[in-house]
Design a protein around this ligand. Sequence first.
Ligand SMILES: CCCCCCCCCCCCC/C=C/[C@@H](O)[C@H](COP(=O)(O)O)NC(=O)CCCCCCCCCCCCCCC
Ligand SMILES: Nc1ncnc2c1ncn2[C@@H]1O[C@H](COP(=O)(O)OP(=O)(O)O)[C@@H](O)[C@H]1O
Ligand SMILES: [Ca+2]
Length: 574
Amino acid sequence: MDTDLRLESSLWVGNKRHRAVLTGWNFNWTEVDQKNCDKKTISVPVAEVVGVEEGRVEILPQKLVEDKDKDFTVFYVKRSSSGGSSGLLWRLGRTQFSCPSRVLRDQWTEHLRTAVKTHSPSRPHKLLVFINPYGGKKKGRQIYHSVVAPLFELAGISSHVIVTERANQARDHLLKKDLTGFDGVVSVGGDGMFSEILHGLIGRTQQESGLCENDPAVTLQPCPLHIGIIPAGSTDCVCYATVGVIDPVTSALHVIIGDSQPLDVCSVYHASALVRYSVSLVGYGFYGDVLAESEKHRWMGPLRYDYSGTMVYLSNRSYTGVVQYLPADPMLSSPRDKTRCLSGCSVCSRTTERHFPDSGSLYSAHYSQFSTESEGDWVSVEGRFRCVSLTCMSSSCPRSPQGLSPSAHLADGTGDLILVWDTHPLSFLKFLHRHTSTEDQFDLPFVEVHRVKALRFSLPSSGREEEAFGGIAEQSVVIDEEDQSYVETVSRCGSQLRLAESSAGVEMANGQKKENAFLCGLCCSKSPTVSVWNCDGEILPFTEILCRIHGQLVRLYARGIEDSTELRWGKGQV
Ligand SMILES: CCCCCCCCCCCCC/C=C/[C@@H](O)[C@H](COP(=O)(O)O)NC(=O)CCCCCCCCCCCCCCC
Ligand SMILES: Nc1ncnc2c1ncn2[C@@H]1O[C@H](COP(=O)(O)OP(=O)(O)O)[C@@H](O)[C@H]1O
Ligand SMILES: [Ca+2]
């Protein structure tokens, strides 16, 4: 096949003659000067060609075609350094070639298109796109239409676009509507919007496989549809941790070329029922309190987290709890081994081989370690914590470029459990501050980190009594089967607070979340005895939970973070 695709000829770029070669998987062109000496070669893997068009074509800011019958234009991925971020920015490269004849031009366009089809078989043809118009700085619609849609069109991708009108619309659509013909689903929004799509796709896949999501021992079926993320939210942690930059063009190009990044997912249960799934943070204490407080200040946009973070820090809280965890195999990796999960990560690849031995087939995963694990393997600790965090990935974001656990892996089937014991406020600030630099946040006497497969959190027996009388009391939980929502009545600081929540979050109208008067600890003299869980930016209505990590349950249109030193040393293409 490759020999059939080989093509070599002289082509002109501007008024300079070039030697162009297509070898099947690679397309390159080299300027040839008058003395026939070769100059710098530009080399593009065929898998990174975005489109091939007849004529002299430009697509941005708007499509312009100069129909010259001996010319063609190649669009491809071009890398550039991203300044402060950890990954590489991808841009749309464009080169216009002139041929000596129309016959040769047609030969080039045909060969290039066939090479792309052959060497890039997993490119999407049809996508379902959900835009949250209220996410982040409310620019989702604009970002999609001005930046992403023209690229999808150039790549010949057809997309069905839904601008959401309410929270959970995307999740419900994925759970109930016909998805035939779609290769993937794209989220234009933040971590909350991604989470809706995650819940919709995982739920749909389990329904279709007849699996019970409420049973923590069940091995869930991986989702057949890929998820693309176009960042337009507040934290954009999932995008940052899987691509390394927050940039809609880079993300759109990963979707177009059909990149594939498996991702671990954590399922969270309470009282033998599934509560939610998470890919980044399941956090109790500080991160739970920050989220609860931030919901009151949604109007501030992304800044709400900084404001609420400061307020919660000043309120100086800690909480008692019993933490039990199931350690992962320490021979495979460690959260303190100072490695980073980068594109092509060997730790994650070994997990793929272990879990999916007949490579590539998502449907062969019939392993279940969870149910066979004996109780004796669980480790238990009890005490007073500033925060308890579980993260399946590094959870890096622009605010914390190394993330909550810098050496965590995207797809190794484990999560990192970070225990921050109660400590002096200034020591806790030191811990928080280290998230913004490369200093090791685990190298502190009051911090522990463990690589785990599962986690249980409960209140100490004394705490449970306190909870019933002083803090949160889970008085009634009514599950509404129809839209999977529940209404919970809780009492906090003696006052009744009714939360109307759906399983994917507190109900919102026009981007506003229902106010949750959680931080009464800031104004009341009595500080609350229990915190709440922050599960990828949603508040969980239960304190006692069980979490289990499912290796590689979903796939993103991404490839992990590309090492920016490769570009510096000239290994990157172009
Ligand atoms: C002193 C500076 C401290 C900086 C600490 C930064 C830690 C950042 C860790 C970020 C983990 C992110 C995990 C992802 C969570 C998201 O799913 C989720 C939802 O995102 P969405 O709204 O885009 O949908 N986002 C969140 O829950 C936000 C958590 C953000 C926590 C930021 C806390 C800022 C703390 C500032 C403390 C300042 C203390 C100052 C004292 C004088
Ligand atoms: N049309 C809509 N109206 C109100 N809320 C919505 C709408 N579409 C999605 N949502 C919800 O908005 C929440 C926040 O969205 P997200 O895109 O993550 O923005 P941000 O990063 O700013 O929080 C998500 O939980 C999502 O379920
Ligand atoms: Ca992981």
